[in-house]
Each structure stands twice: as structure tokens, then as C-alpha cells.
Design a protein around this ligand. Structure first.
Ligand code: ADP
Ligand code: SF4
Ligand code: MG
Length: 330
């Protein structure tokens, strides 16, 4: 397909770390299509947030960013702050995990949304105010006119996240990136916010990128799933395909770690054995090898390349699960 909304190619982000180079994102390539929901999943520290912030020009100056990210054909990587600001909000917007920290505690909710609208449109005060109330309705804020005059601390976590989504939608972005946007919320509120995001995506025709450590969440809501480990994509497939036939042992381990309702109470939650790797000191070969049940000598010698082994299904593993060895990839 060539009608990608966003086309990321060989994205790399490094930070200086203890005299070495920390490769937070190491050669990531993927596309997002209009109207699609793409999930990027992986344990904490795998490079999900850094890869998204790189697209938005939101990394600290110590970060070195290379590669390409074309948004409707226009390059995002290497833009000046001013040039990036024109895209931010109008083309891409991002919602973060912690709405309490992203909102200004001393400013009324309505004023913050109005300000976001006026930052992009030269709407008059009254017009922007009407649009802001409309946005609060769009995100199903209960009693929107009353919330308008309240401060963030007067709202629940779920309502604050609705405000953040309203701000992100102020300029009707083509792509909305939700980075752990529901992680801090209780399960019921999490489901409500996810339903809201999907509904808005449908209504506004946006593409949605769901960034999460939770493969279960990706399973429930995404069309396409990318799994990251140690700064790289290790598996990617349409969600139904991935769940029918996972190939990469790391993805399989993530599946096994999804909490299940039928698990007896008090039984310990399964976690993936071993620790995530030190990103400034990755092992030679496959970076998952120290934790992989199926690791063999060749895994420790040479890193498996990410390749599309089956139509629409990419993985990076010498000995994939659920289907014999993968000698053809070598
Ligand atoms: N500002 C920074 N300076 C140095 N290292 C960073 C910075 N931000 C993130 N990192 C490192 O980059 C790696 C990826 O981080 P991140 O993208 O936040 O992971 P994730 O979102 O998947 O949990 C981690 O090893 C993290 O410690
Ligand atoms: S390449 Fe080897 S170590 Fe890496 S995930 Fe596959 S089987 Fe495990
Ligand atoms: Mg993160």
C-alpha cells in the first residue's frame, strides 16, 4: 500500500549514556494508514515513547534522531521547532499517561481548551469558547458547561483524560497518538476512554496509535500490532493474525503475562522471566536471547533481521514458535 498517512523508515534515536551510546530506538520502520488503529506494545523501556516523541519533535536536545518519518509525504525528522509546531496539533496530536501533569493546575479547564483552539485558529474568544464546549461534548464530558469553569483537581482521572483528549482534538489531527493514555486509570474508566477514542476515530476519520505495555489492550482494540523489544520491532501483524499464530517468543511471553479472569485469586501474576536488557549495553546477537526459552547458539551469535516471512506478518527470530524452524530466513 502506498497511501500511508505516516511512513516511518529506519528511525533511530540515541542518547549519550555513561560514555557510551544508548540506542533507545534502533532502526524502526512502519506505516500508519488513514482510519487505522495501530498498537505499539512492549515492556517499559523498549523505546515506545521515545519513538513517538521523535515524530512530534518532543525529545530533549541530548537526543540524536536519524531516519525518516513522512507525514502525507512531508518529512518530520529534522524540522525546526517552528516548522514542527505547524504540524503538531493540526496533523499529529498526542495524549499522555498522566493528565494531571499535562494540565495546568492553576487554570480553569475551559480556558486551557480555548487556548489550544486559539493557538491554531484565529478564532475570537467567544467563538473559541463555543468550540471548547463543543469539544467537551464530543468527549462525552458530563455537564460540559459546568466543567468549563472548574480546575483540573476538581475532576476525576477519567474526566481529566477526557479534557486532554479534547485538547488533542482541538485542531482535528489526522493522527492521534495515545501513549499509555489509560494506564493510570481504573479498569472501568480505562474501557470507557478506549471506547471514546475508537468512537472519535470513527467520527473524525483519524488514525490512532495506541502505545501500551499491555498486549491485552492492543488485542482488544487495535487493527495492527507492532511489538517492540530493546528499541527494535520484533514482530508485526494484523491483530487477529498475531493472536491466532504468534511467532516471536517474546510476543508469546507477553501473551502469557496477560492477566486472565479465570486465574485463581491470589495466584501470582505471571511475568516474563529475567530483566529487560541494559539499552546502553545490549548483548551481541538477539537481544532477547538471555531471557528466551528457545535460545540457541546461533541466536547469541547473530541478531535475526526483521523480515516479512508471511504476507503481512513480520518477525525477527531464528527459531519462531508455532511453526517449526525458519531456516529460509537465513
Ligand atoms: N531523555 C532521555 N535521556 C536518556 N535516555 C532516555 C531518555 N528518555 C528515554 N531514555 C531511555 O530510552 C529507552 C526507551 O525509553 P522509552 O521510549 O521511554 O520506553 P517505553 O516508552 O517503551 O517505556 C530507555 O532505556 C530509557 O531509559
Ligand atoms: S532469535 Fe533465538 S533468542 Fe531470539 S527470540 Fe528467536 S529463538 Fe529466542
Ligand atoms: Mg513510555
Amino acid at each position: 500500500m502506498s497511501d500511508a498517512l505516516l511512513e516511518v523508515s529506519d528511525l533511530r534515536v540515541t542518547f549519550p549514556a555513561r560514555g557510551r551510546e544508548l540506542r533507545a530506538v534502533d532502526g524502526v520502520s512502519y506505516s500508519v494508514y488513514a482510519g487505522q488503529t495501530l498498537a505499539i506494545v512492549g515492556e517499559s523501556g523498549s523505546g515506545k515513547t521515545v519513538s513517538c516523541r521523535a515524530l512530534m519533535g518532543l525529545l530533549p536536545p541530548t537526543a540524536a534522531v536519524a531516519g525518516s518519518a513522512l507525514l502525507r509525504g512531508s518529512e518530520l525528522i529534522g524540522l525546526s521547532d517552528d516548522e514542527m509546531r505547524r504540524h503538531r496539533g493540526t496533523d499529529i496530536a498526542m495524549v499522555f499517561q498522566d493528565p494531571a501533569r499535562s494540565l495546568n493546575p492553576t487554570m480553569r479547564v475551559g480556558a486551557q481548551i480555548t487556548e489550544a483552539i486559539r493557538a491554531h485558529h484565529n478564532a475570537g474568544r467567544a467563538e473559541a469558547r463555543e468550540q471548547a464546549v463543543e469539544l467537551l461534548r464530543l468527549v462525552h464530558m458530563p455537564v460540559p458547561r459546568r466543567r468549563f469553569t472548574e480546575y483540573p483537581h476538581q475532576l476525576s482521572g477519567g474526566m481529566r483524560q477526557r479534557v486532554m483528549i479534547a485538547i488533542a482534538l482541538a485542531c482535528r489531527p489526522r493522527l492521534l497518538i495515545a501513549d499509555e493514555a489509560t494506564t493510570a486509570l481504573d479498569v472501568t474508566t480505562q474501557a470507557q476512554i478506549m471506547e471514546l477514542l475508537l468512537e472519535l476515530q470513527d467520527e473524525l476519520g483519524m488514525a490512532l496509535m495506541l502505545i501500551s505495555h499491555d498486549l491485552g489492550l492492543a488485542a482488544s482494540y487495535a487493527d495492527e500490532v507492532i511489538v517492540m523489544y530493546a528499541g527494535r520491532i520484533v514482530e508485526q501483524a494484523p491483530a487477529p493474525r498475531l493472536f491466532a499464530r504468534v511467532r516471536m517468543p517474546y510476543t508469546e511471553a507477553l501473551f502469557e503475562a496477560i492477566p486472565r479472569l479465570e486465574r485463581p485469586a491470589h495466584s501470582p501474576l505471571p511475568v516474563i522471566g529475567g530483566r529487560p536488557p541494559d539499552m546502553a549495553d545490549l548483548p551481541a546477537g538477539c537481544s532477547f536471547a538471555p531471557r528466551c526459552r528457545g535460545a540457541m547458539d546461533d541466536c547469541r551469535a547473530t541478531a535475526p533481521p526483521l523480515a516479512e516471512h508471511e504476507p503481512g506478518h513480520r518477525w525477527a527470530c531464528w527459531h519462531p514458535v508455532n511453526g517449526g524452524t525458519d531456516a529460509a530466513a537465513r
